[in-house]
Ligand binder design. Structure first.
Ligand SMILES: Cc1cc2nc3c(=O)[nH]c(=O)nc-3n(C[C@H](O)[C@H](O)[C@H](O)COP(=O)(O)O)c2cc1C
Length: 158
């Protein structure tokens, strides 16, 4: 399978998860990572809704598109929402969504963030295969990312 992992990361956590995904998936699949960047670039003190995405990934040629970002304010982060709004002609692809979050329970923003992301795709008739939440508090992100990557591998094996 040709897999594209599109992610946004403010403080490098989601990036580290995407890199672990790539390492694990690459044994059996062709994997490309694409990091979304914003203009202006966000720091934790200048996040706002008025921004542009610097460059969009080309989805053509990929069977599976995995999209992930951090939970912000009990919802999805703005760059990922904007990217999903801009997705076009993806009815033939299968999407998998993931978020990373600081709090220990997925109901502390993770579930809502993933629903917000899924809703945008469903309105475009894009299939969401599965959604994953990586909680960081009391957990080792690397181990959690490996577990999620194994889950994803089992989903796309066929
Ligand atoms: C503006 C902002 C809002 C956040 N809101 C939440 C939240 O509602 N729930 C939560 O668990 N973590 C929240 N976090 C923490 C991030 O989701 C978490 O640290 C994430 O793993 C960071 O990923 P990143 O390094 O890829 O940006 C927030 C972080 C920021 C910067």
């Amino acid at each position: 399978m040709n897999i594209l992992v599109v992610y946004y990361s403010l403080t490098n956590i989601t990036r580290s998860v995407a890199e672990i995904f790539k390492e694990n998936f690459s044994k059996k699949h062709s994997v490309t990572l694409f990091e979304l960047k914003t203009d202006p670039e966000f720091k934790s003190n200048n996040i706002k809704k008025d921004f542009k995405i610097v460059q969009l990934p080309e989805l053509k040629g990929y069977d599976i598109v995995i999209v992930g970002g951090p939970v912000w304010a009990f919802g999805a982060d703005f760059p990922i929402l904007k990217f999903l709004e801009l997705v076009e002609n993806a009815e033939e692809k299968e999407f998998i969504l993931f978020v990373t979050m600081a709090f220990p329970f997925k109901w502390m923003g993770g579930i809502r963030a993933l629903s917000m992301m899924e809703k945008i795709l469903k309105e475009k008739d894009v299939k969401v295969l599965e959604k994953f939440c990586i909680n960081r508090m009391f957990k080792n992100v690397e181990n959690e990312a490996k577990k999620v990557s194994e889950n994803i591998l089992s989903l796309i094996r066929t």
